[in-house]
Design a protein around this ligand. Structure first.
Ligand code: ADP
Ligand code: MG
Length: 344
């Protein structure tokens, strides 16, 4: 992947040299950051607010494939995926730590690319990179990101607050990241069989970006504040709509009804799924990695949010004994399972 570039062996600058470079490349902008990189611990002050913390571990070959994930995108996505968890609590992300385990195949230039992506994501989302850890790895690349955020106690939104009759909403559209992954996997196979063939991803930018460069929905958290809406429950869509709505329903001791025709699916996602003989609805239910926000709101809040084109109301919360079901376009009811819906 970095064949045509300069390769500086990490031994040349050493761990401290590397940390120094990272330190110089990051900016501190958040008022709540008292101390960033450079001491034994970062210092953060969230006055009067509750602190939110979330961690993700990403392993090469398990969570990402460097044969089609550019390193800059990897750094960017690692941060986005983690910030998404803070927004899913209805909080504002303010800091991250970013840790890496590196095998000897990675030259300095590769690490610079990863950090370029991570720092870009931080800038765009108003988050300070305040620390991390650096280690050698025997095999493959390891990235771990921890994000830190804050919210007033009454703003923090848990998974267990959904009430009967609440409306179920979702931001953006679903299934795109999964269909984008199918496209990248197909091109990888073609490339492995014949390296002369150039990848054919033309016109598929949107779904490729959904997979490689997701955007956490900070804007939705601000939208709720602007509209004076406190969601009753919220979760981010990392594993697919089906598994996320089941988390909300199980933790809230409720059931739900979701309408297939209301699930937001982008036309490009729809057409590409069809060309792979995939059901676009199943891609939305079981695909995952969309990093949209799935939430429930009180019916009284519907008037405030109904005009927002980026929000879809896809169903409602029921009593627990009614179970969790999907009403198909043809009007049939199907129980929702973590794999999607068991009609298939
Ligand atoms: P320690 O021995 O306490 O782990 P380090 O030398 O690893 O200390 O870290 C020194 C400082 O550099 C700390 O502030 C740490 O958070 C930061 N740091 C180390 N590695 C990274 C990294 N990969 N990215 C960002 N900051 C890092
Ligand atoms: Mg360390």
């Amino acid at each position: 992947m970095f064949d045509n570039k300069e390769r500086t062996h990490l031994d040349k600058i050493g761990e401290f040299g590397l940390i120094d470079l990272i330190h110089k490349a990051v900016e501190i902008n958040e008022a709540s950051t008292i101390k960033g990189i450079g001491d034994d611990a970062a210092v953060i002050q969230h006055e009067g607010k509750q602190t939110l913390i979330s961690t993700d571990l990403l392993l090469e070959g398990i969570h990402f494939d460097l044969r089609y994930v550019p390193l800059k995108h990897l750094g960017y996505k690692a941060v986005q995926v983690n910030l998404s968890d803070i927004y899913a609590m209805n909080g504002i992300a303010s800091q991250i730590t970013f840790s890496i385990g590196l095998s000897s195949k990675f030259p300095l230039e590769a690490i610079e690319e990863i950090y370029e992506g991570a720092i870009l994501a931080c800038k765009k989302y108003g988050v300070d990179l305040v620390g991390g850890d650096t280690s050698a790895s025997k095999q493959g690349l390891v990235i771990s990101v921890t994000s830190i955020g804050y919210a007033l106690a009454e703003e923090v939104t848990y998974r267990d607050g959904a009430g009967e009759g609440d409306l179920i909403g979702v931001s953006g559209d679903l299934g795109g990241a999964y269909v984008g992954l199918q496209l990248l996997e197909r091109e990888k196979q073609i490339f492995l069989e014949n390296p002369q063939v150039q990848p054919d991803l033309e016109g598929k930018d949107y779904i490729i970006e959904r997979q490689l460069k997701p955007e956490a929905r900070k804007d939705i958290v601000y939208l709720f504040r602007e509209l004076k809406i406190k969601p009753t429950a919220m979760i981010d869509v990392s594993d697919g709509l089906a598994s996320e709505i089941l988390h909300i329903c199980r933790q809230s001791n409720k059931g739900c009804r979701i309408y297939e025709e209301k699930i937001p699916i982008d036309p490009m996602t729809y057409e590409t799924a069809r060309s792979f003989n995939l059901d676009p609805t199943v891609c939305a239910l079981s695909g995952g990695e969309d990093y949209e926000l799935l939430f429930t709101i009180k019916q009284a809040d519907y008037e405030k949010i109904k005009g927002d084109l980026d929000i879809s109301i896809i169903g409602h919360i029921t009593e627990e004994s009614a179970g969790c079901s999907l009403v198909s376009k043809s009007g049939n009811m199907h129980p929702i399972t973590a794999q999607g819906w068991n009609a298939f």
